[in-house]
Design a protein around this ligand. Structure first.
Ligand SMILES: Cc1cc2nc3c(=O)[nH]c(=O)nc-3n(C[C@H](O)[C@H](O)[C@H](O)COP(=O)(O)OP(=O)(O)OC[C@H]3O[C@@H](n4cnc5c(N)ncnc54)[C@H](O)[C@@H]3O)c2cc1C
Length: 417
């Protein structure tokens, strides 16, 4: 690798995962950190998210990642002199069916055992906290006062500034085009020695691969099978109303319908995924689905009936088959470990888990281990050759397709709200 440029760490993708992971690594004094971004920083999912952040996860790992990330967002002003716009609003996860209620009670028990002060509320108690909520059709809700949301564009600005202050070199409009590896005869593993880019190779022994909705395609370029998916997700904002002109009002999530909402600039922001959407890139709005979701929203929040639409966007969200993050070493097609390569995906939860996923990715890349959470189950090894996970699915997730394949036929309602 003589005569070519070198880096101590190359991070692929300048979304929230690559942005924060590169910052953490540079602050840990790994040396020269280069971030490759095929477009411009934040242009993937990270600038288009709804920004919901909750520690009310469906598994102990999800709770730990959410909690760490909320602590991180709160610590930003002191550590970085800026913030991602975190606002604590509280979060009601509604139980609409008997199964929701049963699952909700089990979830609260698990979360409380993990030390999270989540409470189970009656419909009247929920409406007491959020007076815009109708109790019709609600059997109860779990509630955590410290959940909230960030402002996704502000988060892109925050990690951009942090990267710059930490000395990270951001190369925009520079696509990653491949990995160069060598075989290690003793271990039988491969080891990364360089990355290829549109603008020439960079010699390195450490790479973090991120990519959000593009991670599957990016893996293909690197010769790594990553069963991450991409599918449409839609977010809309309704015009202001007095009912929403308050500083604090809990956000809410109807898991079964994949519908969530929160305050936004004196109006209401709501988002949803459609389980019938086929995986793949999508930017167009399904207006029939919009009408159905408005109707559903109005059944919970009657004051939204008749409110005008202020903005709406459809974008491509990332997901993993079990809705859990991917954090672990790269693997060749025949399952051999690629030393020096760390794959990082937040599985569609990059606002709520992003900082923690980025911290873990930096830990794995620099030290081969992390204290943040037990990641021994979260690597690519958990997927079979069809991309099916051997882990139980995170029960709080949007209704993403069951399979990450672009041409997959199977779908089940399952839930980033
Ligand atoms: C509409 C919508 C709403 C959402 N709402 C929420 C929410 O409320 N809460 C929540 O937690 N999450 C939410 N998400 C999910 C969240 O936005 C993502 O999980 C998160 O942004 C993923 O971050 P990332 O850094 O992995 O990916 P991205 O932000 O997509 O960044 C990946 C980057 O990699 C770059 N890239 C791709 N290929 C290459 C290549 N070959 N070379 C170099 N660069 C490359 C891309 O250009 C991109 O900038 C939402 C997503 C969408 C779309």
């Amino acid at each position: 690798m003589h005569g070519i440029e070198g880096a101590d760490l190359v991070v692929v993708g300048a979304g929230t995962i690559g942005g924060w992971a590169s910052t953490f690594a540079a602050l840990d004094e790994v040396g020269r950190v280069v971030v490759l971004e095929r477009g411009v920083a934040g242009q993937g999912a990270s600038s288009r998210a709804a920004g919901i952040v909750r520690a009310q996860g469906g598994t102990a790992v999800a709770v730990a990642l959410g909690r760490w990330s909320i602590d991180f967002y709160r610590s930003q002003p002191e550590r970085f002199g800026t913030d991602s716009g975190f606002r604590e609003l509280g979060y009601l996860i509604l139980a609409v069916s008997e199964e929701d209620e049963e699952a909700g009670h089990e979830r609260v028990a698990m979360q409380r055992a993990a030390g999270l002060p989540v409470r189970w509320l009656t419909p009247d108690e929920a409406a007491g906290l959020n007076p815009t909520l109708s109790t019709q059709g609600i059997r109860g809700a779990s509630y955590l006062a410290t959940d909230g949301h960030i402002d996704p564009p502000r988060n892109v600005r925050a990690y951009g500034l942090a990267m710059q202050a930490a000395g990270v070199e951001l190369r925009e409009r520079t696509a990653f085009t491949g990995l160069l590896t060598e075989s290690d005869r003793d271990s039988g593993n491969e080891r990364v020695v360089a990355v290829e880019t549109e603008r020439g190779p960079i010699a390195t022994s450490r790479v973090i691969l991120t990519g959000g909705p593009s991670l599957r395609a990016l893996g293909r370029v690197a010769g790594i099978r990553i069963p991450a998916g991409a599918v449409r997700h839609t977010v809309a904002v309704l015009e202001p109303h007095d009912a929403f002109a308050v500083d604090r009002q809990p956000m809410a999530f109807d898991i079964g319908a994949g519908l969530y909402w929160r305050l936004e600039e004196g109006g209401l922001l709501f988002g949803w995924s459609d389980p019938n959407d086929r995986p793949g890139e999508a930017r167009s709005v399904d207006w029939a689905m919009y009408e159905a979701m408005r109707e559903r929203l109005a059944s919970y929040v009657p004051v939204t009936r008749g409110l005008g639409l202020r903005k709406i966007w459809a974008a491509t969200i990332d997901f993993t088959p079990d809705h859990l993050p991917i954090l672990g070493p790269g693997r060749t097609a025949d399952g051999r470990r690629i030393d020096g390569v760390t794959v990082a995906s937040a599985g569609g939860h990059g606002m709520m888990w992003g900082p923690a996923v980025a911290r873990v990715a930096a830990d794995l890349a620099l030290r081969g281990q992390t204290d943040l959470v037990d990641v021994s189950d979260l690597g690519l090894e958990r997927f079979d050759e069809h991309g099916r996970s051997r882990l139980a699915t995170d029960p709080i997730a949007l209704p993403f397709p069951a399979d990450a394949d672009d041409d997959a036929g199977v779908r089940v309602p399952t839930g980033a709200g």
